[in-house]
Design a protein around this ligand. Structure first.
Ligand code: GLP
Length: 242
């Protein structure tokens, strides 16, 4: 596990974007998984800016959504897929053939989780996973209790996640209670992982993630054991580290 601390949100976002740009420079096919939430918004902006400045060629990259809400249509502006589309795929004109996402409207969602994971496996696994940290230590929707072997699956969202999710929805929109997520197993098999967190509110969970024991109670702590994982923090999120 590696640790990189940046002075502010802007430089943190640029560093996360650079991890993607570096892979794109190899000009060979790579598989990257992308998160949603508040944290990666700056990264998407940086990627769009670099693309508009002609400094980024994404044509060799296959993109995978990290997780998705269940019970809302994929076309809803609140779906994780639509959020990434709006912030990144659309402004950069990413080829649709390169975009992979959960069909969260599938009749058999367990089969859908297996199908999606099998695509990643057939394509050689993830080269880079960019993930955020939930306030309860979740990764994607790998909620507390998720082991390092947790498969890609349907999951009931944790109480803390339901509270956290309120900020992503309008007041009149019900908060989904279920999600579908890449499992810890697939994420831990990614060659590189960037665990991104910013702001004071993440300082406690970041401390547990890095200094606490590796524990299913704090799924993000499993990345302590991954040589290719980098915790990418701003000074506020890192403020409680030793
Ligand atoms: C959400 C998402 C996660 C995300 C996390 C952190 O529940 N499903 O993928 O990483 O919460 O969100 P934020 O960046 O808004 O703190």
């Amino acid at each position: 596990m590696n640790l990189v601390i940046k002075s502010d949100y802007e430089s943190l976002s640029l560093a996360a974007a650079q991890a993607i740009i570096e892979l794109s420079k190899q000009k060979k096919e790579v598989n990257i998984c992308l998160p949603t939430g508040t944290t990666p918004k700056g990264m998407y902006k940086a990627l769009v800016d670099l693309h508009q400045a002609g400094q980024a060629d994404f044509s060799f990259i296959n993109w995978f959504t990290l997780d998705e809400y269940l019970g809302i249509p994929l076309s809803s502006p609140f779906s994780c897929y639509q959020q990434i589309t709006e912030l990144f795929y659309e402004p950069t004109g990413i080829n649709k053939d390169r975009i992979f996402t959960f069909n969260s409207e599938a009749k058999d969602l367990d089969a859908e989780a297996a199908r999606y994971n099998a695509i990643i496996e057939h394509m050689g696994g993830l080269d880079l996973a960019i993930v955020g940290i939930g306030m309860n230590g979740h990764v994607g929707f790998n909620e507390p209790g998720s082991s390092a072997n947790a498969p890609t699956r349907v999951i009931d969202l944790h109480e803390r996640t339901l509270v956290q999710s309120k900020k992503y929805f309008t007041d009149d929109h019900p908060i989904p209670t279920k999600g579908i997520t890449l499992g810890m197993k697939t994420l831990l098999q990614s060659k590189e992982v960037f665990v991104v967190a910013n702001g004071e509110e993440k300082a406690d969970i970041v401390k547990f993630a890095i200094h606490g024991p590796v524990s299913d109670d704090v799924p993000v702590s499993h990345f302590q054991t991954h040589a290719g994982a980098t915790f990418l923090l701003d000074t506020l999120a890192a403020s409680k580290l030793k």
